[in-house]
Design a protein around this ligand. Structure first.
Ligand SMILES: [Zn+2]
Length: 191
């Protein structure tokens, strides 16, 4: 599943997990400033608009194919509809200061499975379904290095066609077991 930052030139204006005067006692998302055009952090379907209370102002909730749910709050304008399929390049709205916001910023949340506001007295360690969005994005971000470079492409295709490598988990290194399979298949072919 490919992830990306929701805005260009982002800067964090309020960290995830900060303790403060929020209803549950801590900041369950991250506040970002930067370019005002907002894109989904991964492809998915718009699950709801403005359904999670007034504090969020104009907000969009997106359900992703891997079960994660992202929320984009305080938008000045919403550019999508409920049920719409969104891709990495679908403009979902413009950054604003609607709802309970002191200035123009994007409040971004990430929930595992379903949106659920945590109870007062919880924290990032007890509310385990609430994910630090920037950490998650950084772990799943699309980079150019995730694609085979031009000069290895022929060899990569050959390895897949001949069954030496199967192309699963493209961002990861080989496990020792996979390495063993590759060595054995090559040696058997040579003998
Ligand atoms: Zn916030």
């Amino acid at each position: 599943m490919k992830y990306q930052y929701p805005i260009k030139n982002h800067k964090v204006s309020c960290e995830f997990g900060k303790v403060g005067s929020w209803q549950c006692g801590w900041h369950i998302g991250v506040d970002l400033v930067g370019d005002r055009e907002i894109f989904p952090i991964a492809q998915g379907v718009v699950e709801s608009i403005n359904s999670k209370g007034k504090s969020y102002g104009n907000h969009v909730v997106i359900k992703h194919d891997d079960g994660m749910v992202s929320l984009y709050a305080h938008l000045s304008e919403v550019k999508v509809k409920v049920g719409q399929k969104v891709y990495l390049d679908t403009l979902i709205g413009l950054m604003g200061d609607t709802g309970n916001a002191t200035g123009v910023h994007l409040h971004l949340e990430l929930h595992n499975g379903a949106y659920k506001y945590p109870a007062k007295g919880s924290n990032p360690y007890t509310a385990t379904w609430i994910i630090n969005p920037l950490e998650w994005i950084e772990d799943h971000i699309v980079t150019d290095e995730s694609e085979p470079s031009e000069w290895t492409k022929v060899d990569w295709d050959w390895c897949k066609e001949n069954g030496y490598l199967d192309g699963t988990r493209p961002h990861d290194a080989l496990t020792r077991e996979e390495m063993a399979a590759v060595i054995r298949r090559i040696v058997e072919k040579l003998n």
